[in-house]
Ligand binder design. Structure first.
Ligand code: HEM
Ligand code: HEM
Length: 276
């Protein structure tokens, strides 16, 4: 199979996979009704308790990042499938501007996590305690158990894992994305020459072909983002609405002093009315 055929397959596979993900999320949501979770959260209004509200700076960074990611996904998809006429130049500009902003915001968030006064990288670090809770979290989300285990940090193990995976994907996406720029803007060399030409180009036969591999990888990661972001939005809309409202500055979170999540050492409670 050559790269062009492979790309046609990729389109078919990812569109189908995305439809499956959407159907799976609808089924998952419907599953919360017999399990009693829907009633507990959306009718009785019992949401997890929190001992502090998220600070403002990472929220603003998240939203700038989120907005840029939406622009990147739309403009990127347009570059591949020009779904209306005459937008080619504008959409490329949107992609090029948003890609610079998203990289700046990513570096800013990393600075915030590791070097600012707030230094919250520990909230994302997967500890031994988290590893022990992993199976319990999977059982909770698959409705096998009603106890949602939570370590002592702000995010549960699945959140931490997906946020770290988002970071890894961002780095790969920036790398493969800059590798698509073939203009000689760096002392006669293009970002493509500098990032992949000399090694991948040597392996696959030419810098142009290396660029094709980078484009294919960039496109696949684009879909991983779309799928992961859809699941992320689903979970923020169903797992903890008060945090989501606070996160988007819509309604201040009531801080109760408790963490609200059962520690993983607690016996597994399987009645729908028990802590989830
Ligand atoms: C993080 C920094 C990013 C950089 C540096 C970057 C860079 C680029 C470049 C240079 C192109 C080629 C544009 C052209 O032909 O003029 C491109 C295409 C594309 N980008 Fe990005 N991009 C980034 C992030 C993203 C993100 C986050 C997404 C999706 C969520 C995305 C999706 C796409 C898609 C779908 C294409 C079209 C690929 C194809 O033709 O098969 N990009 N990107
Ligand atoms: C598209 C709409 C999106 C919505 C509605 C949304 C919603 C949320 C919410 C409510 C939280 C807070 C979770 C909590 O504190 O318990 C959160 C956190 C987070 N989200 Fe999103 N998100 C979106 C897009 C994205 C995208 C595209 C990414 C990454 C590529 C992302 C990465 C993260 C990360 C890393 C966090 C951890 C908190 C932080 O950054 O400070 N989100 N999101």
């Amino acid at each position: 199979m050559n790269l062009t055929e492979f790309n046609v397959w990729l389109d078919a596979i990812f569109f189908a996979l995305y439809a499956i993900v959407l159907i799976a999320l609808v089924i998952h949501f419907l599953g919360s009704i017999p399990k009693g979770r829907f009633r507990k959260k959306f009718i009785l209004g019992k949401w997890p308790e929190h001992d502090h509200a998220p600070p403002t700076q990472p929220k603003l960074l998240h939203h700038t990042h989120m907005f840029m990611m939406i622009l990147l996904a739309i403009s990127g998809m347009y570059i591949r499938f020009p779904f209306f006429d005459g937008g080619r130049i504008a959409m490329r500009w949107v992609h090029y501007i948003a890609m610079i902003i998203v990289c700046v915001v990513l570096l800013w968030r990393l600075w915030y996590a590791f070097f600012s006064k707030a230094k919250d990288w520990r909230e994302f670090a997967i500890t031994r305690e988290d590893a022990k809770t992993a199976l319990g979290v999977v059982l909770y989300y698959s409705y096998i158990s009603n106890n949602k285990p939570h370590g002592s940090s702000k995010y549960n193990v699945m959140q931490k894992f997906s946020y770290e995976f988002f970071l890894l994907l961002m780095i790969l996406q920036a790398f493969t994305g800059f590798a698509l720029v073939a203009n000689p803007i760096l002392f006669g060399f293009s970002p493509r020459d500098v990032l992949i030409g000399w090694w991948l180009g040597a392996i696959v036969g030419s810098t142009d072909l290396a660029g094709w591999y980078a484009r294919t990888a960039h496109y696949m990661i684009n879909w991983l983002f779309i799928i992961m972001t859809t699941v992320h939005v689903y979970l923020s809309a169903t797992e903890d609405i008060p945090v989501t409202l606070d996160f988007f500055f819509l309604k201040e979170l009531e801080v109760t002093g408790g963490h609200g999540h059962e520690p993983h050492r607690a016996p597994v409670a399987d009645a729908p009315t028990q802590a989830e």
